[in-house]
Design a protein around this ligand. Structure first.
Ligand SMILES: C[S@@+](CC[C@H](N)C(=O)[O-])C[C@H]1O[C@@H](n2cnc3c(N)ncnc32)[C@H](O)[C@@H]1O
Length: 204
């Protein structure tokens, strides 16, 4: 199955944690009520939509603003002060959100840095490169519009300072979105830093 996906579709999932990967593949195979992997591969060959469904099952886009609070606390309290201390006050800062899903992680980074530097300095110094292999997720990320449920973990102050309510959606501030650059990148294929990724089509 993994060889088929690699050779026919160019997606190399062999580096993924095998137990989780196979659990997700099994889940999809049983959802479509097919009994064997050989029959499922036949289905993948004739049905392009099935590949998209499998891809979405494997990638799982679970995300959220400041998901995994311990990691964000560490970033805010340890990493960020050290990173600022080792740079001169005007030096640019480039941050990479690798596997950014629908953008919440990238915009969380923007809030974190804007809080630490102030909005003006943030705009001058910081670029956040946010990549994912999933085009649908990237489209949502660029849109930057979130439901009330998706912003539930944010404080009133964060919503007030960084979002504009448009209809029923909370949209991340447009002036700060210019510092967040989305691009498609498959970590399993390129293993390159954002500096060497081509951003042209992806940049807003
Ligand atoms: C569980 S989500 C995590 C999102 C975000 N980093 C967070 O922690 O909230 C994993 C993301 O990684 C992306 N992903 C999985 N494999 C990838 C790959 N090979 N290259 C780039 N992105 C990948 C998925 O599309 C998905 O959006």
């Amino acid at each position: 199955m993994l060889t088929y996906l690699k050779e026919s579709r160019g997606f190399d999932f062999t580096g993924y944690k095998r137990s989780s990967l196979m659990r997700r593949v099994r889940r999809r195979v049983s959802q479509v009520e097919i009994d064997s992997y050989a029959d499922y591969i036949d289905q993948l060959q004739v049905n392009a939509d099935e590949f998209v469904a499998l891809f979405n099952t494997i990638l799982i886009n679970v995300t959220g603003f400041f998901r995994d609070p311990d990691a964000w606390d560490h970033l805010r309290e340890q990493v960020l002060p050290a990173l600022l201390a080792e740079r001169s006050p005007e030096e640019p800062i480039r941050v990479w959100s690798a596997g950014c899903a629908a953008g919440q992680e990238a915009y969380s980074l923007a809030m974190l840095f804007a809080d630490a530097l102030g909005v003006e300095t943030f705009r001058q110094r910081v670029k956040i490169y946010a990549t994912d292999v999933d085009d649908e997720a990237l489209a949502q990320a660029r849109h930057a519009a979130y439901t009330p449920a998706e912003v539930e973990g944010l404080t009133e102050a964060q919503l007030e300072q960084y979002f504009e309510l448009q209809g029923s959606r909370y949209c991340f501030r447009k002036d700060l979105r210019r510092s967040v650059i989305f691009g498609r990148n498959d970590l399993s294929r390129t293993r390159r830093s954002p500096g060497s990724i081509c951003w042209s089509a992806a940049t807003r």
